[in-house]
Design a protein around this ligand. Structure first.
Ligand code: DAH
Length: 344
């Protein structure tokens, strides 16, 4: 019995000491559970008491009950003290605050580089009198190939690694030249149109190739259109885009079934005169596919090729941006890399 009495005294002392060292409500709750919980130290003593004699129970029972009540009331007092302390600390903190504290700036979103590019391009073409048009990304064989003078057996189809849909005749457009047909079917010439949009090609991805990319397409149809018009338009556009008034262009023959003649337009390197890493030391940068609209294309849109002529050119948005902003990997455009995205 003396053992149990000693145990009670020790328990009381340990409890008082632990309580004194407690400075938080969480720790206080820990003490409550460890002493007064159902599996706690006092409950364990109560269990032991079951095996004691009646005489022992008469002495130890009240002792244990007193211990339990003392612990409960001490816990309650301590809890009140801690709550008051916390309350006064909170008030203190509100009263004294550091006006010079460095608060991290709010994370602010920025427009995506594609949004910036489209805005720049559209502004340039609108300023030259062009109208902005749009077309669907999900297209048919007719708009992507057939009406653009690329019939089913045409070898040029092999150059477009097409994503065909399981629905026969449907595909994801491989270029924005589709918009030429859609627009000419609904808008009567004279017309001057510009369009940007996503295109898809089923090819392996690397630093300069993506299976999804953006193109820009320019089309003008009128009665007296010549190569001089396409060259002047292309040069003005590129000068404004690269913000370089003395940018010049050169023309090389190029084959695209929907134009005749067809050519490729290079711009003089906007960054050097002697050759640099951007132009691969050639001083020229290949940028646009262009030409005079093929009579077959005009005919497929019920426009008389004897009366009207047109010019068209197309380009990749990413390529333009990669040169202008020195971006080395096309995959960044669709990445979620904030260090890249927040620059624009
Ligand atoms: N659609 C062509 C391509 O994706 C680019 C192009 C070339 C567009 C010549 C044109 C053009 O309008 O006249 O490669």
């Amino acid at each position: 019995m003396e053992d149990v009495k000693n145990h009670i005294t020790q328990l009381q002392q340990a409890f008082t000491q632990e309580l004194a060292e407690t400075h938080s409500l969480e720790a206080l709750e820990g003490i409550r559970i460890s002493y007064l919980g159902r599996q706690g130290k006092i409950a364990a003593l109560m269990v032991q008491l079951k095996h004691a004699t009646l005489e022992e129970k008469r002495i130890l029972g009240p002792l244990l009950n007193t211990l339990k009540a003392a612990c409960e009331s001490a816990l309650l007092t301590k809890k009140k003290q801690l709550e008051e302390l916390m309350q006064s600390e909170a008030t203190q903190q509100e009263r004294y605050f550091d006006v010079t504290a460095n608060i991290p700036a709010n994370q602010q979103g920025s427009l995506h580089i594609y949004t910036h590019l489209i805005e720049q391009l559209e502004n340039i073409f609108i300023s030259m009198g062009f109208t902005i048009v749009d077309g669907p990304e999900l297209e048919t064989d007719y708009y992507n190939f057939e009406a653009l003078n690329i019939p089913a057996d045409h070898p040029a189809r092999d150059l477009h690694d097409t994503f065909w849909l399981s629905n026969p005749g449907f595909l994801l457009r491989t270029h924005t030249s589709t918009v030429q047909i859609r627009s000419m079917q609904t808008i009567k010439p004279p017309l001057a149109l510009f369009s940007t949009g996503r295109c898809y090609r089923n090819e392996a991805t690397d630093a300069t190739h993506e299976f999804m990319f953006m193109q820009g397409e320019c089309l003008l149809v009128d009665t007296h259109v010549s190569i001089a018009n396409v060259l002047a338009t292309a040069q003005t556009f590129l000068q404004r885009f690269f913000e370089k008034e003395d940018l010049t262009i050169r023309v090389r023959p190029g084959y695209f079934p929907f134009v005749e003649p067809g050519f490729e337009i290079d711009a003089s390197c906007p960054f050097c005169t002697q050759g640099c890493s951007v132009c691969k030391r050639t001083r020229w940068i290949e940028l646009l596919g262009a030409g005079l609209v093929h009579p077959h294309v005009l005919q497929s849109c019920s426009i008389d090729p004897e009366k009207y002529r047109g010019f068209a050119f197309g380009f990749g948005l990413e390529r333009l941006a990669m040169i202008k902003y020195n971006i080395t990997d096309i995959r960044l455009f669709h990445s979620s890399k904030l260090s890249f995205l927040t620059q624009f």
